[in-house]
Design a protein around this ligand. Structure first.
Ligand SMILES: NC(=O)c1ccc[n+]([C@@H]2O[C@H](COP(=O)([O-])OP(=O)(O)OC[C@H]3O[C@@H](n4cnc5c(N)ncnc54)[C@H](OP(=O)(O)O)[C@@H]3O)[C@@H](O)[C@H]2O)c1
Length: 291
């Protein structure tokens, strides 16, 4: 039995699909408010709970052999990126789990002090590494699936809002490739007890993204590019009324202010170990949105 957290998210729902296509039994951890109809139709067992509740995590982990942790934090890094994963790891030990796959983030080890999610991910990575469990830690760059709503907006308006430095590099990964890597990590000897940066095959500049949208929809992009100081100003203003939101925005700012891409060697290594050809962002978007 596989336990998948974040089963209704961009990565998680693809992980559940792949596992069910292979006829493997899956317990999908979902919230009552989640859109989980598809998971049920595919034959996943639903566990309805909340990852903020330790008791829910304890119950969900009973009798599972594999855990794939893909949930997000919705702005509460302490409770979800950190505590929920620590509890999942403790319960994995308690239940004799054979392999734990953790979705971290590219740059988790760079010591970004202002980014709660990065700090939580790094702390969880270390905890997992010293847990004695078999593990695979995946550190993805940006996910291609997150660009689908932006591309749809672009299709309507031709406008692309590019925050921060347009020349910053990124290697956006196909969310389908990432899901396949997460699922295969459990069985591949070369993936055991390893950390992998995971990106797409191309190192893109942020300014390439509206160009890709433009080609996809045959539209000249109108790019609005506010500098980071605009976000900083907004963040400080929000901080007066909601200091917690100001902290959470630190992760977003870190994402905008830095480069997140994989080296050519890292990509070759990934393709070799997982025996796949990574898909470009353009091809991913074409598959989902092309006419
Ligand atoms: N997005 C990126 O570009 C990116 C880049 C690098 C790493 N990552 C990491 O990849 C992972 C998945 O990202 P994603 O974009 O696929 O996430 P996502 O689409 O935002 O999905 C988040 C998932 O977590 C679930 N969740 C949130 N709070 C929960 C709670 N209290 N109890 C139970 N479930 C809860 C959500 O459930 P609901 O459906 O109920 O909301 C959803 O299934 C995250 O760990 C993220 O840090 C993302």
């Amino acid at each position: 039995m596989y336990l998948v957290t974040g089963a209704t998210g961009g990565i998680g729902r693809r992980v559940v699909r792949l596992l069910r296509e292979r006829d493997l039994s899956v317990r999908a951890f979902v919230r009552l408010t989640s859109r989980y109809g598809e998971l049920e139709q595919r034959g996943a067992e639903l566990f309805i709970g909340d990852l903020r509740q330790e008791r829910d995590i304890q119950k969900a982990c009973k009798g599972v052999q594999y855990i794939i942790s893909t949930h997000g934090s919705g702005g509460d890094a302490q409770a979800l990126d950190y505590r929920a994963n620590i509890e999942l790891i403790d319960q994995a030990k308690e239940n004799g789990v054979e392999h734990f796959v953790f979705i971290s983030v590219l740059g988790a080890d760079r010591g970004y002090e202002d980014a709660p999610t990065f700090k939580a991910k790094r702390a969880v990575e270390k905890y997992l590494q010293s847990s004695g469990l078999n593990y695979t830690i995946l550190r993805p760059a940006g996910l291609a699936s997150n660009l689908i709503p932006l591309a749809e907006q672009f299709r309507q308006t031709g406008i692309y809002l590019l925050n921060g430095d347009a020349k910053n590099r990124t290697s956006i990964v196909s969310t389908d490739d990432l899901a396949q890597i997460a699922v295969d990590s459990v069985n591949l000897e070369g993936a055991r007890n390893q950390i992998f940066p995971v990106g797409g095959p191309d190192v893109l500049k942020r300014q390439d993204i509206p160009r890709i949208f433009g080609r996809l929809f045959n539209k000249e992009p109108i790019v609005i590019n506010p500098p980071l100081v605009v976000l900083d100003g907004l963040r400080n203003a929000i901080g007066f009324v909601n200091p917690q939101a100001r902290k959470s925005l630190g992760t977003f700012r870190t994402l905008l202010a830095n480069e997140f891409f994989c080296t050519a060697d890292e990509i070759v290594n990934l393709e070799l170990i997982f025996n796949l050809k990574l898909e470009s962002l353009e091809s991913f978007l074409q598959r989902y949105l092309g006419s």
